[in-house]
Design a protein around this ligand. Structure first.
Ligand code: SF4
Length: 359
């Protein structure tokens, strides 16, 4: 098996999606959570264990798989098996007349992502990021933080989650929403929940909140620049794209002084618009030198967003970008395999871990 075989395979599946013949007829036996969204997490069976991949169903360009047993599928040409995780029994529960799947959505690796607030200031003037639909997320139906806390307790007692991440829409305040996250974390800790926590926020000058989060045992932080090219940032994120790269650098610098090594991340999304040029290379160098891990993934535009589709990137470019990134991470002593919580720990969105292991 050639070097980077599974890294490339993950990129291939992330970019093209999968095509399972007559999948609709399998829904009742498969019992998959949230299959109606068309997005799905699968596991590639590999000699090194299962590799989780967040992808989508596409009956035209998707990699074809045939059903061999209940939730196991096979591609003859590639000689690989994938499995689709079945709905865990915890979703049979209800909290206050609401099905649990309307309140929480447990992801791979026992990860529970939560939203402190689904309000984002940028939606107000149609300045929202063109791939985002935070206002329609499943958990937006349950605005009650208390219900979410009850759900966390239930999922913890049932051993269904081991770490959580908390995000929020951007607020038109100096802290850009970080204070709401802080309050959510405070409430979780007051309820005696000791799970590992990651947070996702926008860069802010109110960095005093970071120390308080660290004191409450928040381990991991993501501040997502999303795109490294300024023109693409402005084009796809009319609101958030106006935040300068330098503001991110200032914020990351503060994070580095507070959080541990290999616990600071920034999402880098890749689509057909992106070019792997010198500017992108320089920014990866700057970020990794500072102590930030660029977590590269495919731009999956959400269904109810302005774009509403997957803008499939060029796989060769993504491959080159991942290799370059993995090399810079190693050079700067950063290790994404050490991520403690949140999406970086979940790792289904990015092939970063696979490239890092194989380089
Ligand atoms: S991704 Fe953009 S639109 Fe969505 S919540 Fe964040 S800042 Fe708002």
């Amino acid at each position: 098996m050639s070097k980077f075989y599974y890294s490339k395979l993950k990129l291939l599946i992330q970019t093209n999606g999968i095509n399972i013949k007559n999948i609709e007829s399998l829904y009742s036996t498969l019992d998959i959570v949230h299959i109606d969204t068309n997005k799905i997490t699968i596991n590639i069976e590999s000699p090194y264990g299962q590799i989780a991949v967040y992808t989508f169903l596409d009956s035209t360009s998707g990699i074809p798989f045939e059903n061999i047993t209940r939730n196991i599928f096979f591609n003859k040409k590639l000689g690989i098996k994938i499995s689709i995780p079945l709905k865990p029994h915890i979703y049979d529960y209800e909290i206050g007349n609401k099905n649990l799947d309307e309140i929480i959505n447990i992801e791979t690796s026992y990860h529970l992502p939560l939203t402190a607030s689904n309000y984002c200031y940028y939606f107000k003037n149609n300045n929202e990021c063109k791939f985002c639909a935070i206002n329609t997320w499943r958990d937006s139906k349950s605005k009650s933080i208390n219900k979410k806390i009850e759900a966390i307790k239930l999922a913890t007692n049932e051993d269904s989650i081991k770490h959580i991440s908390i995000t929020t829409g951007t607020l038109n305040t100096a802290d850009r929403g970080l204070k709401i996250i802080l309050k959510f974390v405070e409430k979780i800790r007051k309820e005696g929940i000791h799970l590992l926590i990651a947070i996702e926020c926008e860069p802010t000058s109110k960095t005093e909140y970071l120390k308080r989060l660290k004191d409450m045992n928040v381990t991991t932080i993501s501040c997502n620049i999303e795109f490294l090219d300024d023109n693409i940032r402005k084009q796809l994120m009319p609101g958030k794209g106006s935040i300068l790269f330098e503001e991110y650098l200032f914020f990351f610098n503060e994070c580095v002084n507070i959080f541990d090594n290999s616990q600071i991340y920034t999402n880098v999304l890749w689509s057909k618009f992106d070019l792997f040029n010198e500017n992108v290379k320089n920014r990866i160098k700057l970020l990794t030198k500072l102590g930030v891990i660029p977590s590269i993934g495919v731009l999956y535009s959400e269904e109810h967003s302005q774009l509403g589709m997957v803008l499939k990137p060029n796989i060769d470019t993504m491959y080159d970008l991942h290799l370059f990134n993995a090399f810079e991470l190693k050079k700067n002593g950063l290790n994404p395999l050490k991520a403690i919580a949140g999406c970086p720990k979940n790792s289904s969105y990015s092939a970063i871990n696979e490239f890092y292991k194989e380089i």
